[in-house]
Design a protein around this ligand. Structure first.
Ligand code: MN
Length: 201
């Protein structure tokens, strides 16, 4: 197998009571696992097996191979999402990231509003993102499997899954409550800060 399903970076009950072990069990063990498995089947025996996951996503996006793109991008997006949360998450970032959020969004509240709006207004399935583009922090929303990884000059820093499977067992249809919980209790700011530092932007 070219790619394997990464373990969660914490125990499956570590995000309780905010996100249940049942949600993570299905989301990681079924949804994420299925994306990895379908991606591997699609590239089995081809030269694409040798590509990094990031290069495979970019190649599939360029060539318009929608099926492969969906499964490869969802593989990457979910691993990034697990790391975007932490049992010790929430609150506000510190250091350079905090300074730049204040500069680019006016305040942490300005960021929180932009990110919450992106998640709440993504119609149907998708993702909300904090990214850095050409040195400036921006909020994005993407549809279905789409990922800012395919955009030139953009480095993702943090993401939130707003597909219903991410929150329905715990929040039913209350996506805004899930978003508030993500920001208040789960957002992994040290992961975002590490990504910003590594971006060189
Ligand atoms: Mn998902």
């Amino acid at each position: 197998m070219a790619h394997s399903l990464p373990d969660l970076p914490y125990a499956s009950d570590a995000l309780e009571p905010h996100i249940s072990a049942q949600t993570l069990g299905f989301h990681h063990g079924k949804h994420h696992a299925a994306y990895v498995s379908k991606m591997n089947s699609a590239i089995d025996g081809s030269d694409d097996e040798k590509l990094s996951l990031e290069d495979l996503i970019r190649k599939a996006a360029k060539s318009g191979d929608q099926g492969l793109f969906n499964n490869a991008a969802q593989t990457w997006n979910h691993t990034f999402y697990w790391n975007s949360m932490s049992p010790e998450g929430g609150g506000e970032p510190m250091g350079d990231l905090a300074t730049r959020i204040d500069r680019d969004f006016g305040s942490f509240d300005g960021f929180r509003k932009a990110f919450s709006d992106a998640g709440a207004t993504q119609f149907g399935s998708g993702w909300a993102w904090l990214v850095v583009k050409n040195g400036k922090l921006e909020v994005r929303k993407t549809l279905n499997a789409e990922t800012p990884l395919t955009e030139d000059g953009v480095v993702p820093l943090l993401t939130m899954d707003v597909w219903e499977h991410a929150y329905y067992l715990d929040f039913q249809n209350r996506r805004p409550d899930y978003i508030e919980t993500f920001l208040g209790k789960l957002a992994n700011w040290s992961f975002a800060a590490d990504n910003l530092a590594a971006s060189g932007q």
